[in-house]
Design a protein around this ligand. Sequence first.
Ligand code: HXC
Length: 277
Amino acid sequence: MFQNDLLQGKRILITGGGSGLGKSMGRRVLELGATLVICGRRETVLAETRAEFDADFPGRTRAIPCDLRDAARVDALVEAIWEEGPLDALVNNAAGNFLARTETLSPRAVDAVLAIVMHGTTYVTLACGKRWLAGQHPGNVLSIVATYAETGSPYVVPSAMAKAGVLAMTRSLAVEWGGRGIRLNAIAPGPFPTEGAWSRLVPNEAMDRAWMNKIPLGRVGEHRELTDLAAFLLADGSAYINGEVVVIDGGEWLKGAGQFSLMEALSDDDWAAMKGR
Ligand code: HXC
């Protein structure tokens, strides 16, 4: 889809880059010539991913353990990165989420999700943003949200609140910082199975089949489809896109919203009878 040097010379931080979609995006930006920093909570996961990346792209990945809920650690992480030079882009990918009936959530459960997704994302964005502004260096922030950032969703309420907050941050700072060389965009992915999210969000096979019925294209997303969208938004060629959220979900959320979507259950005979009436 792209020339292999699309991201040559770019230095990119992907939070939660040790696993899942973050790892897939990391591999793709390396393929396209970038150098990469990944951070995450689990040191062994990060080390394994870095070793994997080093085997294919020697010496181009740095891995730094960090829990984004801790603002001081986030600042130390970003400071350590900047000691070797400024980043060109930040991908806010790290997230935490689980399915639960909302009335059963403890305060700690609410805090766990809000602290990672909303506070953590804000801490990293500010830590990078203030350094970009001080150094008059251009910056690019890409945040992974969800289609329910716009619609809300039952059973993932703290995540929906936090993702809505990240989207509001994206749109707000796109205006506040856009004129000073920093642009911000978001991607709202539909179902892109990963071990971390899927084991938490799709509890059994019946639910897995129900998911397929929600998606007009009749399939889940392939990681490559999402990582190429991310690469496009990280590349200089998309420089005029600022404050946008790009949905990539096979039409899933629109199918949920469309008033007559349920008519797909009608048979040919039903349609003929309707026409006759
Ligand atoms: C109810 C739960 C729970 C569950 C945890 N808690 N899981 N409550 N239902 N399923 C409660 C705990 O009981 C505890 O509260 C509190 O949350 C903190 O739990 P801990 O396990 O101590 O916290 P922590 O180790 O920080 O882990 C929490 C987490 C975890 C980060 C949210 O689930 C996690 O590590 N997730 C991995 C990352 C992840 O979720 N990725 C998927 C993101 S998908 P008490 O009161 O009991 O102490 C996404 C978008 C999906 O964001 C879009 C799909 C289309």
